[in-house]
Ligand binder design. Sequence first.
Ligand code: ATP
Length: 361
Amino acid sequence: MSVAISIENVVKRFGKETVINGLSLEIKPGEFFTLLGPSGCGKTTLLRMIIGFNSIEGGQIKIDGKVINNIPTNKRNMGMVFQNYAIFPHMSVKDNIAFGLKNRKVPKAEIEKRVDEILKIVKIDHLKDRMPHKMSGGQQQRIALARAIVIHPEVLLMDEPLSNLDAKLRTEMRNAIKQIQQQVGITTVYVTHDQEEALAVSDRIAVMNGGVIQQIDTPKNIYQRPANTFVSTFIGLSNIMDGKLESNENGKALIRIGDYKFQMNNIKKDCGSNCPVKVSVRPEEFIINKETEEGIPVTVKSSVFLGVTTHYFVETKEGQEIEVIQSSDIGEIIPNGKKVHLKVQVQKINVFSEDGSRSFI
Ligand code: ATP
C-alpha cells in the first residue's frame, strides 16, 4: 500500500539562517513528486528533512497522517538514491542489494528471492555477481535504485540521481526510473534542477525558489500555465514582454503590446484601466507572418539554424527583443533586417502582474 506525505508549515534553520520558512505540500500515495528549482533553493534540505538527516525546526511531516518529526532515519522505512550512487565498491552487485535486507535480519531465502526479483525489475540480473567498478554509471545507478527499493520502503527519495551521467544515458535512465516507479507504485520524491527531467518523470512538480514554493501542478500545467514569471522563465524559454491591460469588461480583456492590440477572454484579475502587465509567450508559440500586417510588427536581427528548428531573434518597434523558434521546414531562412509580423493564438498567451509575481489567468 502506498502512503501519503504531508509537509505542514515546516521550518529549517542552519544556525541563524532560515532556509525554509513555513513550507507546506501534500504528496499523494503512489505519486512521483518532484522538487524542482535552482541551486540553493532548498530542495535537498527538504528531502533530507523527509528522510530524517536534517532536523525540523518548526511544523511537521506526516506519513499517512502520523507525525514522523522525531522518528530516527533508520525507523522511517524510506529508501534513498544519491547523486554519487553511494554503493559499496568492495561488494558484488547482489551483495550491495542484499545489504539492507541482511541488516533487517530478513531470512536468507527471502533475501535471495527479493534480490532476484529486483535485479529483473532494474534489468541488471545478468550482472548479479559483478563488482561495481566494472560497471557503467547507468548500471551503477540501477544498483543504487535496486538497493533503495528492495527493502520495500514506504517512500523512495532521489536526490539528483542522474547528474553524474552523460546526456544520452540520462534520458535512458530517466525513462527507466519512471517505468520502475510505476511498476513498483511507491510514493516517490525526486529532486532535480533539470526542468526537462522534471517534466519527463513527474506526476506533479513543486517549483521552488529561495525556500518558497512557487507552484505545484502537473508538468503540462506548469509549462502551459505558469503561476508567475519565475516559473515561466525557469521552465522552458519565455519571452516576457511589457504590455498594458487596457480594459477588462464582461469577460473580454483588451491587451496592448506597443501598438498591437488583442483580446483575451480568460483574464480573471484586474488592475485598473490601462495598467501595466507582463505578457509571456513561449518562442515556439509564435508564427512568423511574412505575408500580411497581422500581428506584432518586428524586425529580424539574427537567426540560428539548429537543424529541426531555426531560432530567430527579432525586435519590436519599442526595442523589445523576442526569441522565436520555427520549424526549419518553413521556407527559406528569413534574412536579418526583414520586417515581419508575429502571430500567436491567444490561448497560448500568459499575462502576469507588472512585478511578475502572479498570473492574471
Ligand atoms: P543544489 O541543487 O545546489 O543541491 P538545493 O536546492 O538542494 O541546491 P540545499 O542544498 O537544500 O539547496 O541548500 C539550501 C540552502 O541551505 C543553501 O543556502 C545552503 O547553503 C544552505 N545549507 C544547506 N545545508 C546546510 C548546512 N548543513 N549548513 C548550513 N547551511 C546549509
